[in-house]
Design a protein around this ligand. Sequence first.
Ligand code: SF4
Ligand code: SF4
Length: 204
Amino acid sequence: MGAAATYFRHLREAVVSIFDGMAVSASHLIRRPYTIQYPDRMPVRVQDTLPFRYRGILDVDLEICTGCLACDRACPIDCIAIAIEKNAATREIVISQFDIDLAKCMYCGLCSEPCPTGAIHHTTEFEGADFSLESLIRRFIAEPVVAYKAKKGAEPDVAVADLLTRGMTYVDEWAQPGSDKPAAVAAAPQAAVAPVVPVPGPGK
Ligand code: SF4
Ligand code: SF4
């Protein structure tokens, strides 16, 4: 084959391959997209599709926190900083600091397992990006609050009772492997309030 024939064969192959490539590209103009733009075009929030026990960003319901420090002690890398003191006159426990450093947190769940009321719990929220390490320290207390104390009978405050129900459902779910579907939450029985762990003092 002569040089001219080889040249024109390569030329024809180049043109054919260009049209092959362009045909694939052009076909995507009329296809439905495979991807979905996140997050504003999702049909439902991703967070709402996650299991109840998903280990997302931690939250604390201070209304049902007994100040027992169990979570603080359980954290293997000291993400949690809680300061409590006992009011000698009222014998109440006052919590003046409850911080969680999300920059250090490894979402292991060890802090939420021993919580007697489910006050500290993971959420399905995972969007935690921020601009500084300092802003990743979640401070749950602005002013000192009195720690929750379990009542002898039913909890009279409806809002607190609802939090306790949620918290105890969360605690129960930890003990039930396989019940990690959102539907299991709706079907979960109303749980009783767990006994409050004695408070040994502010030291770890
Ligand atoms: S999830 Fe783990 S690392 Fe994060 S605060 Fe709880 S115990 Fe600590
Ligand atoms: S009640 Fe729960 S959140 Fe509060 S200090 Fe105890 S373990 Fe932590």
